[in-house]
Each structure stands twice: as C-alpha cells, then as structure tokens.
Write a protein that binds this ligand. Structure first.
Ligand SMILES: O=c1ccn([C@@H]2O[C@H](COP(=O)(O)OP(=O)(O)O)[C@@H](O)[C@H]2O)c(=O)[nH]1
Ligand SMILES: O=C(O)[C@@H](COP(=O)(O)O)O[C@H]1O[C@H](CO)[C@@H](O)[C@H](O)[C@H]1O
Length: 206
C-alpha cells in the first residue's frame, strides 16, 4: 500500500493543482492532507478533492503536520509532497514512486529542473531540503518529527543516508514552487525564510 502526505498551511490557491496531479497519477492508495491550522480554505479545497483531511487546530509547523500525517498513514511506502508546487504532472509522481516500489531505491528525492532559475538553483545547491520524496517506511527515523518544523527534511535525509539507504534523485522537469516571499510578501517572506534556516540549523547541530 502507498500513502501520500501533503502538509499544508494556507495553501487554498495552490493545493488544488497539486491534488489534481496526484489523483490523475493514481498511484497512491491513501492521500492525506494535513491542514496545519490554516486560516484560509485549504481544508475545504482538499475535502472537495475527496482525500483524507486532518485538521490541526493551530499552526504547529511542517514537522508536526507531517507527524500527524504519519500517524494516519497505513502504507509501507510513504510519499511526501508540498502543497504549493507549480507544474507538477502525473508522470513526475510516478517517476518518484517507481524506483522505490521496484526496489531500486530506498528513498527518492524530487529535484526541480527547468522550472525557474531561482528554485532550480536552490535545489541544486541543497538537494536534501526538497519536500518531494518517497521512502519505504522501514527507513523512517525513530525520531519524532513533530518539533523539527522545517528541519524535517534534514532529519529524514540524514537518517536514510547514515543508515546506508540508497537515495535516487528524480528530475521534476518544469516544476517550481511559490517562494515564501511570493506567498507572504517581501518582509514576512524573508523573516519566514530566516526562521526556516534556523529550524534547519538546529536539526543539523544535533
Ligand atoms: O507551518 C507550516 C509551514 C509550511 N507548511 C507546509 O509545508 C510545505 C513546505 O512549506 P513552504 O512552502 O513554506 O516551504 P518552502 O518551499 O517555501 O521552503 C508547504 O506545503 C506548506 O504549506 C506547513 O504545513 N506548516
Ligand atoms: O530549497 C530550499 O532552499 C527551500 C526554500 O526554497 P525557495 O528558496 O523558497 O525556493 O525549500 C525547501 O526547504 C524546506 C526545508 O527543508 C522544505 O520544507 C521545503 O519543502 C522545500 O521546498
């Protein structure tokens, strides 16, 4: 069984097109959107796509949203996608899943390419930060994700790598995402970015 977790905070304008691609791909048996205390209609948009929706009463950060999704996920293979992707197509999703279910990879990571220079470059420099991945359940770390916030990718990636897992990179051609500055405006976006780097540094320092 394959489960997909999509953490989402105030993504009403963006999550619909991600779910359209997920549903068209038809590879996940269980799709869980975790609405991380959104103040917009994220949960309603997800519900309209007939996926499982978990609503957290307050915003607790990406790590807690993913942890809430994991506690519901039944699959032995688990996918993770962000809710703000642009240009995601069903074939990208299949390409992420296939190496894991065919046993060529323990985890795949999806990397933007040919989408937008800024987001392509960010993932070239720090591929381990990508929010797009598929992993076999046995490679999930024992650590609790719920306080890691944006450190979750580093936590997961480091565990698989240090445990000798095979990680395969999958190119997500022409995919990009909305950057924080685009979603929140310049000042709030930069502040959110700095908080994200702090979350990541805290996990790296452990
Ligand atoms: O408190 C938060 C912050 C982010 N997210 C979700 O986590 C994913 C990645 O977050 P974001 O887009 O802010 O990261 P970026 O891609 O800008 O680094 C998105 O689906 C967000 O909606 C979340 O569930 N809770
Ligand atoms: O690639 C990155 O540097 C950051 C920020 O991307 P942008 O500079 O907004 O394109 O994005 C990722 O990092 C977060 C922390 O690992 C993840 O949670 C996001 O899913 C991912 O998009």
């Amino acid at each position: 069984m394959l489960s997909l977790i999509i953490p989402a905070y105030n993504e009403e304008e963006r999550i619909g097109q991600v779910l359209d691609a997920v549903i068209a791909a038809g590879v996940f048996d269980q799709v869980i959107v975790v609405d991380d205390g959104s103040t917009d209609r994220t949960a309603e948009v997800a519900t309209a796509h007939r996926v499982e929706v978990v609503r957290l009463p307050t915003n607790r950060g990406k790590g807690a949203a993913v942890a809430a999704g994991l506690s519901r996920a039944q699959g032995e293979v688990i996918g993770f996608l962000d809710a703000d992707l642009v240009g995601l197509r069903p074939e990208h999703i299949r390409a992420l899943v296939l190496p894991v279910i065919e046993g060529q990879a323990d985890m795949t990571i999806g990397l933007f390419g040919g989408g937008r220079l800024s987001t392509d470059l960010a993932q070239k420099l720090t591929p381990i930060l990508t929010g797009q991945r598929v992993v076999h359940r046995r490679w999930l770390p024992p650590a609790d994700f719920s306080t890691a916030r944006y450190g979750i990718e580093v936590l997961l990636h480091k565990h698989v790598k240090d445990s000798g897992g095979r990680i395969v990179e999958v190119s997500l051609d022409e995919v990009t995402h909305h950057m924080k500055e685009e979603k929140l405006g310049w000042r709030k976006g930069v502040a959110a970015r700095l908080r994200m780097y702090w979350d990541i540094l805290k996990v790296m320092a452990k």
